[in-house]
Ligand binder design. Structure first.
Ligand SMILES: [Zn+2]
Length: 104
């Protein structure tokens, strides 16, 4: 599985998405990288019909979702069309390095 990478605190076990040198919860520098399972639940989802950049423009628009991973962090990713809030999804990293959510 090619799931998103997270960081984890060795002191308090908090996990987060964006790289930091110290834990955002307790300040410990005992930080390690872990591979997320990619399993999660849709927290929010929308369809973008007018892309902010021409290179992101896709005929028919594209979905964006906030997914709460089972490991804890909530991440933004591309979304399969028709996803609904509360739906179980799998987040994988696409070839262009964007995370994408598809039905589990
Ligand atoms: Zn911590």
């Amino acid at each position: 599985m090619n799931g998103p990478m997270l960081q984890s605190c060795g002191a308090c076990c908090r996990r987060w998405q964006f790289r930091r040198g110290a834990c955002p919860a307790c300040g410990s520098a005992e930080v390690s990288e872990i591979a997320a399972s990619g399993q999660g639940t849709v927290w929010s989802v929308t369809q973008v019909m007018r892309a902010p950049l021409s290179e992101l423009d896709v005929p028919g628009g594209y979905g964006i979702a906030l997914v709460t991973l089972v490991e804890g962090p909530r991440i933004m990713c591309r979304a399969e069309n028709g996803l609904a809030i509360g739906e179980r999804v799998t987040v994988t990293i696409r070839a262009d390095n964007l995370p994408a959510a598809t039905r589990a």
